[in-house]
Ligand binder design. Sequence first.
Ligand code: MD3
Ligand code: FE
Length: 207
Amino acid sequence: MEDLVSQVIEICPGMYVLPDFADTQALKVSLQQVLEHSPLRQMQTSRGFTMSVHTSNCGTAGWVSDRSGYRYLLQDPLSGKPWHPMPESFASLASRAAKSAGFGHFEPDACLINRYLPGTQMGAHQDRDESDFSQPIVSVSLGIDARFFVIGPEKRGKSTPVDLSDGDVMVFGGPARHFYHGVRKLKDSTHPHFGAVRWNLTFRKAL
Ligand code: MD3
Ligand code: FE
């Protein structure tokens, strides 16, 4: 049988959108299992602000933020136990997406789970807590639409909007790996399988 074709859109060098690449319903049960093991929580920034996004992790390493700063930890600080192992369906999705964008052999060891409710946003930032910046980052959107924005290597300047819907996957590597980016305040809407929620899974090689 012929393979189903999927589009790969290059927004700028190193930054790719794979529209409707992920079967999000197939990820839902695994997501629930991970969250039973390590429940959602709101992280604090080093300056003491509470992030509006609710967060958890799975995989060998999990990204955390508190008054001591940002870092990856092998244990969930809420339980002292290792994070839930990364579900095979998550890992294979991330690896296939990276490969489609030209990054072969991507084996993520960290999956950050972000939950956005209407009103949730994420300010402009860089992802720079990982050890090897030659490895890409893969992001999977589930549920309601969000407007993601990317600026560039400097924090200030013109931003480019990208609207992300359920099933859309983005890959960031090469020059885009250190670009400032964020998510605009989520608008109220509803999705047939997820309700008034957006989930984002961010896959990284952290260690
Ligand atoms: C561009 N999350 O968790 S994913 C994050 O939708 C984060 O939850 C957003 O930014 C979210 O750090 C956006 C898209 C994303 C992730 C990593 C990137 C874009 C990126 C790294 C470099 C450049
Ligand atoms: Fe980020």
